[in-house]
Each structure stands twice: as C-alpha cells, then as structure tokens.
Design a protein around this ligand. Structure first.
Ligand SMILES: [Zn+2]
Ligand SMILES: [Zn+2]
Length: 351
C-alpha cells in the first residue's frame, strides 16, 4: 500500500509499504478521508517536543483524524464487517494489562497514539490497522468529511466537559483554530448562554459567527480584557477554554474567569509558563483542568453528528488528494491566515 511516511525533519515521502494483516481482534480499514492537524506539521518539522524527547521516532506514518471503511477483519472480530463505515480512536491501548482487561483503556500505561506519540502507524496511508475495541461505527448520516472531524471534535468536547460548562453558563474560548471553534460550537450545544471566541485572524473569527457563536473578539482591534467586559458585562466568564497555546493568554485566563470558575486547557505550549501569578489563581479559587485526548467523547460526538446537530463542514478550507501530502506539509505555515482544517481525500468518490 501507499503511505506518506516521515523519515526525518522536513522529509516526508510517499512510499510503498506492506499492507498490514489484521491479527486476532484487529480490523484493517481503508482510509477515505484524513484531516491535517497542526500536530502532523510539528512532527514533520521536527520542532515538536515529543520528537525532541524521543517519544516520536522516525520513520513513522502520521495522521490521527480519519474516517474510512472496513477492508478486512481479523479472527475473533464480532462488531464489524467488511465495507462498514468507521472512525478510529487516537489512542491504542495494549489490550493485555489489568486496566485494559477491566475495560479502563484510558489508564493503560503502554498506550500508543495513532500517528503521534509512541507511534501506532497513522492514517496518511491507504490502510490503517485498528484493534476492534478502538473502532466505532460511522452512521450513514455522517459524511466521511465529518467523520474525519470526530477526533478533533471529541477533543474539543472533552475541553467543554472538563470545563464544567452547564446550561446558562458563559464561556470564553481563546484561540480560533479547529479545536477552539469546535469547542465554542459544542459549548453552545451544552447550553451555554453566551460564548465568545478570541482570535486575531478575521477569516477564522467570521467562521465562529457562522457556527452560531455569539461573539468574536479580535484582539488586533481591542484589548482582551476590555472586549470581555463589553461582551459578558457583569455576568463575567464562568469558563475559559484555552485553545491558543499561548502562555500569555493562559496567564490572562486565570484573571479573566469568574471567582471559582474553570480554565480548561486544551493546547500544547512546548515551554514553561514564566511569572505565573499563583496568588491570583489561589484567591480566585480557579480550577485549572488539563485536557489530554478525547476519552469517552466519541460516542456523544457521533450522536450529535448523526442527529445533524454538529456539522464541521464549514471548517474545511481545503481538499486535497493523497499525493498532495508532501506539498501540504511543506507549505502549511504559509496558509496560516486562511487555514482551518484541510482534508486529504484518499479516493475522490462518495466523500
Ligand atoms: Zn489533531
Ligand atoms: Zn493496557
């Protein structure tokens, strides 16, 4: 099969590799759509801290946001049949340890991540292998393009859930990338009375409004604190979702949230936070939550998509073919102002 593999910094090539053979409990899936993530690019450039600390070793196949169909099932697989539409988890547990055996896959200490840390080969390939326990049915109502958004949407939903967002709450989302925009939309679906997205790129902030978010704050136009007062008035902000990856914004978030509020952090920083005001954090009774992954969130996201309540289609800013992957990676930074989510279509039919 063809796979786009990273061999070293800034070196991604489409090569021929053996098509995996599904072992017991495994399913071989044909990839139909794969989403391009900033993480893929950070691995490609070699700048990602997980490359530097050796958690990601080259060569490897990236791609952790995907949808596809079942090509072949291994012995003992009972929930899937060939040609069924599917999406896969980003994490692959060992399946053998105590936690795995009692179904607590999230606690597995031998976890590998699809297309990233301790790499389980990812979806920038014609086929991807998945253990049955990490595979989900994709309903006919959900397009393959939306299927490729299940993973980022699940991560975004986890940030909303860990942010304790309840009906009537006010939510400020820092960052207008795919995770920020999806988190804002999902906070609205969770019943937030007012949600604002903060960014600096007009095009992305416009998308937030298209998704039904109440306000878009452009920090090129107005200082953040002032804008937050104008939008939320005396109610203030119950939950800040920090999806920008800026340590400056993270520090500011702790001061912006209401007394006893939550700062839900769903970004990588690749650095320490200098001069963090710990007293502000303590006196504010602020809860800071780290959002790693998307544990348990596929089911609600799949249900929302199936019900037509969550459509990530407006976030697609480019559709490409498999052979374009090296060019997508090489030119990614240049498209930052207008890039939200790019989709690679492995085959052009019926996506
Ligand atoms: Zn991603
Ligand atoms: Zn395990």
């Amino acid at each position: 099969m063809k796979a786009a593999r990273i061999f070293g910094s800034n070196d991604i090539r489409i090569v021929e590799v053996p098509t995996p053979v599904p072992g017991p409990g495994e399913v071989l899936c044909r990839v139909v759509c794969a989403g391009v993530c900033g993480t893929d690019h950070a691995i490609y450039t070699g700048e990602f801290s997980f490359v530097k600390n050796g958690s990601i070793k080259f060569p490897m196949t990236p791609g952790h946001e995907w949808s596809g169909t079942v090509a072949e099932i291994g012995p003992g697989v009972t929930r899937f049949e060939p040609d069924q539409r599917v999406v896969g988890d980003t994490m692959v547990s060992c399946g053998k340890c105590y936690d795995c055996l009692i179904g607590q896959y999230g606690n597995c200490k031998a976890m590998r991540a699809v297309g990233t840390i301790a790499t389980w080969d990812g979806a920038y390939a014609e086929y991807i292998l998945m253990p049955e326990r990490h595979l989900f049915h994709l309903a006919d109502e959900i397009s393959f393009v939306n299927g490729a958004f299940v993973e980022p949407a699940a991560t975004a939903l986890y940030s909303v859930v860990l942010g304790d967002v309840k009906i009537g709450d006010t939510v400020l989302v820092l960052g207008s990338g795919p995770i920020g925009l999806l988190a804002a939309k999902l906070a609205k679906l969770c019943g937030a009375s007012k949600v604002a997205v903060v960014g600096r790129k007009e095009f992305k902030l416009q998308k937030a409004l298209e998704l039904g978010v109440d306000a878009a704050i452009d920090t090129n136009q107005m200082p953040l604190e002032e804008a937050v007062k104008e939008v939320f008035k005396d109610w203030g902000v119950d939950c800040v979702i920090e999806a920008s990856g800026s340590t400056a914004l993270f520090k500011q978030a702790v001061g912006l949230v209401n007394q006893g509020g939550v700062v839900s952090v769903v970004a990588f920083y690749e650095q320490k936070v200098p001069d963090f005001d710990i007293d502000e954090f303590v006196f504010g009774g602020v809860k800071i939550r780290g959002v790693a992954g998307s544990l348990g969130m596929y089911k609600p996201v799949l249900r929302l998509m199936e019900a037509g309540m969550l459509d990530a289609g407006p976030l697609v800013t480019g559709r490409y073919g498999f052979d374009d992957i090296p060019a997508i990676m090489a030119g990614m930074s240049e498209r930052n102002a207008t890039r939200i989510k790019e989709i690679v279509e492995m085959k052009t039919a019926s996506v």
